[in-house]
Structures are given as C-alpha cells and as structure tokens.
Design a protein around this ligand. Sequence first.
Ligand SMILES: C[S@@+](CC[C@H](N)C(=O)[O-])C[C@H]1O[C@@H](n2cnc3c(N)ncnc32)[C@H](O)[C@@H]1O
Length: 234
Amino acid sequence: MEPRITHRFFGRRFGRPLSNARRELILNVLPEMEITCKAAATIDGIFDPSIKKLCLEIGFGAGEHLADMVVKRPEVGFIGCEPFVNGVAALLARTQSRDTRVRPKNLKIFPDDARLLLPYLPAAIVDQIYVLFPDPWPKKRHHRRRLICSENLDQFSRLLRPGGVFHFASDHMSYVRWTLQHLCKHSDFDWLADGPHDWRFRFKESIQTRYESKALSSGCSCVYLTFRRRHQIV
Ligand SMILES: C[S@@+](CC[C@H](N)C(=O)[O-])C[C@H]1O[C@@H](n2cnc3c(N)ncnc32)[C@H](O)[C@@H]1O
C-alpha cells in the first residue's frame, strides 16, 4: 500500500553526506525497522504481543529522546516519524547495540512525513504522542506549514485512546500560543495544566532534545504542554 501523496513537505530531507557507516545503516538496518503504511493498517502483528502500549514521536530529529525512551520503556512500542535522512541515520546509530545484528524490538521507523502514515493507523491505539520542538515557521505566510493544525489534531484525536496524551514542547512563543489556541478550540482535548509547573518543566521521563539544548543554551525558555484526549467527546 503506497502512501497517498496529499501534502507537500517543506522541511529538509537531506543534510551533509552520510558517513559510510551511516549509509550502511540506512541501506541495511532501516529496511528491517521500517514501518510501511500497509503494515500500519494491520498494526497487531508489528510488535511483540507483550507490548500493550503504543507511543508516536513525530519529527524526532537526531533521535535523542526517542532512543532514550526505547531503552527506558521496553514495554512500550514506539513509532518514530522523520523525513530527514541524516536524522534517521542518527537514530539508527544510537539504537545499535554492540552486537550489530540485534535490533530494538519496540521501535519502528517511518522515514517520511508523518501525515502520510497517520491515516493508515487504526483508531484509538496510541497512548502518547510527542511533538518536540517542531519547525516554528515564524513568518505569517508560512504558518499553514505548521504541524499543529486542525487537520493533524483530528488525526491525533482519532489515534489516541480516550485518556491518551499529546505532549508538545517549543521555545517559540508564537507557536506555543498557536498550539494552545488550536487545542483549546478543539473539542477532544483538555490541557492538563494546574499551574506553571505544568508548562515550565520537561515531561516526566523525557530527556533534552538537540533543539531544546540549543534553545536553553542561547537563553530561551521552553514551554511543555500536555493535553489529554477526552473520554467523551462533547
Ligand atoms: C526543529 S526539528 C526538532 C527535532 C527534535 N524533535 C528536537 O527537538 O531536537 C523538527 C523536526 O521535525 C521534522 N518534521 C517536520 N515536519 C514533519 C512531518 N510532517 N513528519 C515528520 N517529521 C517532521 C523535521 O524534519 C525536523 O527534523
């Protein structure tokens, strides 16, 4: 099943030329770890039956956060989406064990635009979605390229189990406001914020990502938002 090409991707797909070792990972290891749209539609056979929870990370960049979660939470199946080939190679390098034949059992990679995959995944099967430091597209005429938009939130709502959560982090305050406005307008989500501790501190269990480190070291503050998929849609 080929993904339907309905969206144009505006980010980068390639960066610096890959080292031989990373090119090998893309050629030989990625095919074993890749999730296709066809496989997504019948997700049941994808992970070991002992894995009962599913988590998506969209735009994992160089994969620091995702690689760390995969090790910390072996009982959770992770699907990471990232169209930037150098990022995919970086994730594969991080998740390689010393025995290069061993692959993490709880990780699948979609090396493309997440919007192509999401419609194929069955409804209400995801427990957590992470979107960490997405491209902010600061110019007004580019806002429509932002990952957070009502169409993608409809997909997140469809995929999350009732009570499942969506985590968003950014250091770009216009994007934070944009996200809050979109989520508060959407009838399927509640913002889980009791006080500033809810948005000033990184999510439990999460480590710093590359973009987060860059933001913090240049003196920017980061905001962390968590939204829960409502049990009953009003
Ligand atoms: C600013 S980087 C942040 C990377 C990482 N999350 C971090 O915090 O270091 C945003 C990433 O999102 C990816 N991205 C953008 N649109 C995407 C989409 N539609 N599906 C999957 N990834 C996407 C980009 O390729 C880029 O690597």
